[in-house]
Each structure stands twice: as C-alpha cells, then as structure tokens.
Design a protein around this ligand. Sequence first.
Ligand SMILES: [Mg+2]
Length: 257
Amino acid sequence: MIISFDLDDTLYNEYSFIKSGFKAVSKYLFQKYSIPQKESYSFLEKRFTRFGRKQILDEVLKNFNIYSKKNVLMCLSVYRKHKPKIKLYPEANQCLKRFKDFPIYIVTDGNKLVQKNKIKALGLHKRVKGYILTSEYGLKNSKPSPYCFLKICKKEKSKPENLVYIGDNPKKDFVGLKPLGMKTIRVMKSQYKDIKKSKTIKLAWAQKISGIVTLILVNAGYFESSVSPAVFGTALIVLGAMSNYLRQVTRKPLDEK
Ligand SMILES: [Mg+2]
C-alpha cells in the first residue's frame, strides 16, 4: 500500500502559511518604507478575509502610496521566498507516525519554490519517501491529471489500486484517480468542506470492490460526510491495520495453515 497526501489544508492549515507570508511582507515594508508592521499586516489580513488573495499586494502598496509594478514583484518575491512558520495538523502528525513503515509520498500543485519551502518548514522531507511538485511536470500534468501518481506507482512497482491519496479538494484531488482504481480519502477541513456530491463534481465515492478493500472504502466514504478531524486519524489507522493484515495474509507461505 502506497500512502500519498496532498499538502495544503490536508497536512497543515494553508491560512497559517498565508499569514506567515503577510508577516514577512509587512516586515519588508517596515524595513524599506518605515510603514508600521501592524498597520500593513492588519490591512493584508482584513483584505484577505473579504476578497481573498487577488491583487492583494497591489492593494496594500496602493493603500500606503508606494505602488509600482516593481514593488509588487518585490513583495511577491518576499512572500514566496520567506521561511514559513507553519505546523502540521496534530492528526496529520499522528498519521505520519503511524504509517512510517509505508512508502509515503506528497503530491502537491502550486508554485514549486513555495511548496518546497512549506515541505521543508514542516520537516516533511525527512518523513516521507518522496514528494512530487506537479508544477515541475507542466500544467497539463498537475491535478486532476493522474500523471504524477502513475509515476509513483511505477517507482514503487505497484498497481494503481494499491495507492491511496488523501486530499481536501473534491474538485481536483480525486477525479483523475478514481477511474484508475486508486483509493481516495477526503479530509473535510478546508474551504471545500461544504461541497456536496453532485453530477458536476465527481467525488471520491467508494467504488464497488470486494472484500476488505470495500471496508476500507467505506471508511473513505465516511470521511466525505464527516467534519471531525479525529475521524481522519481513526479511519487511517483502520486503513493501516487493514493493509498490515493484507500484507501478512499475502506473505503467508502456501503450505502454512
Ligand atoms: Mg489541498
């Protein structure tokens, strides 16, 4: 069994990264233009809550009368290159401990420098077998494309049905994987947690597979109607116990009763 995770809002809270980036930008604006850190940070935070990330660096610079395209790029660079102060979700930490004997991978979209900084800040590079930054393989191979997941299967000499992916975004995390028989678990944490199953969004609902695998998938299905982070840990422990059991069963010599 290969266990793979999405990064943002699956293993840690992405908003904590955004806030950490805003702090770095505020510090930079203070050092360069003597703008009080508290004022620019408060502007960034409020603006983000109301309008999201769009044009936010342009707006903060306009607000303090220092807007120029060059300054926007400078702030963007500060945001992207800063060393983030972020922490794993406690239950994600627990899962990583529980599954340390399994091949664990991270598959994440987004800016490769930013994603790599996050992985390092969270100490994940020491705890997983590998991580794939999909942007290194071009936009067409980022999620929902299964390209990077098939790469993992090839590396592990394993079939797609032996891969589990745990993510939070039903719009892209699972749609490319389910048709190939990969297992998926949806973490109900982020802005996507209220998205319901619909005809337009093909969620990772359990496919009909026999035996113990069905039970695992029932657990996965349970996630989709659950908001409790505790369930995240519990279902993964069940999943781990099941696959341990399966490994033992399949490794048993033929003449052993
Ligand atoms: Mg995510």
